[in-house]
Write a protein that binds this ligand. Structure first.
Ligand code: DP6
Length: 341
């Protein structure tokens, strides 16, 4: 059998994708930082044969649930990748972070899968320039899970059409076409695990809440404006407005869930406690820490690299008390997906 393997990171959205239409088309553009230490590795051993067959192993163990999900996805793309009709795939996947860390793994694993499929396509004769290869991988990753399309690139990544970036698209992500202000380079993200339990609302159900949400149109407009402003901020290093937008986006996401029908409250008491502590710390020390949230209770604490020592000391002395089993993960802006084999 031949094999391909990719390592692909998770990402954290600063302007959130929340709401979609058609085939995984986002209702508004989003912008994320790609992470470095939180990643999935996927190896696919493959051989041409008559008909399609798949085995899937997650961290060494056969996993039927993931297998069925992936088989369904691969079926949906076999029109564009006909070699998938006659192939045996043996997929081995693992994450750098514990399964029960409450970190969404769909972005890292689905982008790794998309990259592997593109590599297999090359093995079957497709020749692509590097740029086109990644664009196709991002397109495919989007079909598997929206936020996954941003994970193929490093640094700050935008998915969704926006006047801020002429090359942007609803169908795939693009990396920022300029160097970020030095202040934001090597930015840090410590993930504070408030709860490691599985998400109580699936992203599919979450996005669907926006279809009938009374604030939907205003939200999409706000996200468009926040994205325009954030792109400027990443150029000019305006950290005060960075903090305002990033925290506003996180709380808007949770606000939208709270006043959806049905309603979801995904923050825990310790999430709020940590938010309070972050805002106090910022006031007292003038260190520009801020937070963002996924669709869950865990906090992503963002801070510039030069404040690492002071911030990490504070995390280990104070914030740790509000983390489940004292658990947190130090991460940072990363370089994007990497071919392993
Ligand atoms: C809150 O990408 O997980 O993390 O496209 O249904 O797979 P699907 O959804 P998913 O949604 C992510 C939502 C979010 C915000 C974001 O990452 O932009």
């Amino acid at each position: 059998m031949k094999k391909v393997a990719w390592r692909s990171p998770s990402n954290i959205a600063l302007v959130k994708y929340w709401g979609k239409r058609g085939v995984q088309i986002p209702q508004n553009p989003s912008l994320s930082f790609t992470l470095e230490s939180s990643f999935s590795e996927m190896q696919i051993n493959f051989a041409a044969q008559d008909g399609f067959d798949l085995d899937f192993y997650f961290e060494g163990k056969a996993n039927e649930k993931f297998k069925n999900k992936i088989a369904l996805f691969l079926k949906s793309i076999e029109g564009d990748y006909p070699f998938l009709k006659n192939i045996y795939l043996q997929i081995h996947s693992s994450n750098s972070f514990p399964h029960s860390a409450g970190i969404a793994s769909s972005a890292s694993s689905m982008s790794a899968l998309a990259l592997c499929i593109c590599s297999i396509s090359e093995a079957f004769g497709e020749k692509l320039k590097k740029e086109t290869f990644f664009q196709k991988a991002s397109f495919l990753a989007r079909l598997a899970s929206g936020s996954a399309c941003r994970s193929v690139y490093g640094g700050a990544v935008v998915w969704g059409s926006t006047s801020a970036l002429p090359a942007s698209s609803d169908e795939y992500a693009v990396p920022l076409p300029f160097e970020m202000h030095p202040f934001f380079q090597a930015y840090k993200d410590t993930i504070l695990i408030v709860s490691a339990s599985e998400k109580s609302v699936s992203s599919r159900a979450g996005h669907a809440l926006m279809n009938t949400h009374p604030f939907a149109q205003v939200r999409y407009q706000q996200a468009n404006e926040n994205l325009l402003r954030l792109v400027e901020i990443l150029k000019n290093g305006d950290v005060e407005n960075f903090i305002r937008i990033v925290e506003n986006e996180a709380l808007t996401l949770h606000g939208l869930m709270m006043n959806s029908e049905p309603s979801f409250i995904l923050m825990h008491p310790n999430t709020l406690k940590i938010i309070e502590l972050i805002r106090d710390f910022r006031k007292q020390t003038a260190i520009p820490v801020c937070f963002t949230l996924d669709a869950g209770p865990n906090i992503h604490l963002l801070y510039p690299e030069k404040e690492t020592i002071a911030v990490q000391k504070w995390i280990s002395e104070e914030l740790v008390n509000f983390c489940e089993n004292g658990y947190y993960i130090h991460d940072r802006i990363g370089r994007g997906a990497m071919l392993i084999q």
